[in-house]
Design a protein around this ligand. Structure first.
Ligand code: F3S
Length: 288
C-alpha cells in the first residue's frame, strides 16, 4: 500500500499568500487590476489571475487615473510609490511584512550613522526596493552577492550595519558577517532572512532520504523551488521537479511505495492537491 508524505511546509509562504489573496480579491471585486511584475513565479496562478482581470503592468504609460496597481511582495523603492500616486492610481500594497522590516532596519542604520551592507542579489526586485529606501534617507551602502564583492566593494569604514535580502542563504550571511566583524571596528547586524525558505529546505532534507521517490512541485523559474529540487536530488536520486500533475509519469512510481511531496513557496495548495490525487490514482489508492 503506497504511503504518500506531503511536507507540512509545502506551498505558499505567508507573504505570497497575502499577495495572491489581494490580487484575487482585486480581480473579483474590480474586474481589472495591474501588478508591478509577475505576482509570483507560478504560471498557473498568473494565468488564473489574468483570467479574472489581473495582469502584469507593461509600463507606467499604460496607467490611467483610477486604475489599480498591486505592489507585489518584493516591495518597491519609495520613488515608485510616489510616481504611482502622481498618476492618481489606486495602490494596493502587498509588500511582505518581512521585506518592510528590511526597509525599517536600513533606515535605522542610516539614522544611527552606519554605512549599510546589504547581503543580497544585485538587480533583484527586492534589493532594488531596499536600495531605494536607503537612498531615500541619504544613506550610503553597497550590495554584496559573494565573498569577492565583500572584499572589493565594502570600503574601509569604522561603523558598518548589515541587513540581508529576505531569501538569502544563511551560510553566506554567516560568512559575510564573520568577515566584516574581523575588518570593522563597530558592526551592527540585523539578520533579516525570512525563515519561509529555510524551513522548507529543512523538511525536504528530512523527507527525501526516507522515501523511494520524491516529487518537488513548483514553477520551473522559481528559485526557491529549484533549490528544493537540488537539495532533494542530492539526497535521493529519484527526485523529480514538476509544475503540474500532468507531468507525472507512471514509471517513476513502479515498485515505489513511499512517496514524498514538497513544493516551493509560490505553489498553490490546489496544484499540490492535484498532484497528490494523481499519484493516488497511479498507485491505486482511493481518495478520502
Ligand atoms: Fe515574505 Fe519570506 Fe515569503 S519574505 S514573501 S514570507 S519568502
Amino acid at each position: 500500500m503506497a504511503n504518500i508524505i506531503v511536507a507540512q511546509t509545502a506551498g505558499f509562504c505567508f507573504g505570497v499568500r497575502i499577495a495572491v489573496d489581494m490580487a484575487k480579491q482585486a480581480g473579483e471585486k474590480l474586474g481589472h487590476a495591474y501588478t508591478n511584475g509577475p505576482i509570483i513565479h507560478n504560471k498557473q496562478v498568473v494565468n488564473y489571475l489574468k483570467s479574472i482581470g489581473v495582469e502584469e503592468m507593461q509600463g507606467y504609460s499604460q496607467l490611467k487615473p483610477g486604475d489599480t496597481v498591486i505592489i507585489r511582495s518584493h516591495g518597491v523603492p519609495p520613488k515608485t510609490e510616489r510616481m504611482l500616486k502622481e498618476l492618481h492610481v489606486n495602490v494596493l500594497d502587498a509588500t511582505c511584512p518581512f521585506v518592510k522590516k528590511v526597509h525599517d532596519k536600513v533606515k535605522q542604520l542610516v539614522e544611527e550613522g552606519y554605512f549599510v551592507v546589504i547581503i543580497g542579489e544585485e538587480g533583484h526586485p527586492e534589493v532594488i526596493g531596499t536600495l531605494g529606501h536607503l537612498e531615500e534617507v541619504d544613506g550610503k551602502g553597497v550590495v554584496v552577492e559573494n565573498f569577492e564583492d565583500l572584499v572589493k566593494k565594502v570600503p574601509k569604514r569604522n561603523r558598518i550595519g548589515v541587513v540581508a535580502q529576505t531569501t538569502q542563504s544563511e551560510d553566506f550571511f554567516r560568512e559575510a558577517v564573520g568577515y566584516l566583524a574581523e575588518n570593522t571596528e563597530e558592526l551592527k547586524v540585523f539578520n533579516t532572512i525570512c525563515d519561509a525558505t529555510s524551513v522548507r529546505q529543512e523538511e525536504v532534507k528530512k523527507i527525501a532520504p526516507e522515501v523511494d521517490v520524491m516529487i518537488i512541485i513548483g514553477g520551473k523559474h522559481s528559485g526557491n523551488t529549484q533549490r528544493l529540487y537540488q537539495i532533494s536530488k542530492a539526497l535521493n536520486p529519484n527526485t523529480y521537479h514538476i509544475e503540474t500533475a500532468d507531468e507525472l509519469q507512471e514509471q517513476w512510481f513502479e515498485n515505489k511505495e513511499n512517496i514524498g511531496v514538497s513544493a516551493g513557496a509560490s505553489t498553490p495548495d490546489w496544484i499540490i492537491q492535484e498532484v497528490v490525487n494523481k499519484i493516488k490514482e497511479i498507485k491505486g489508492v482511493s481518495h478520502e
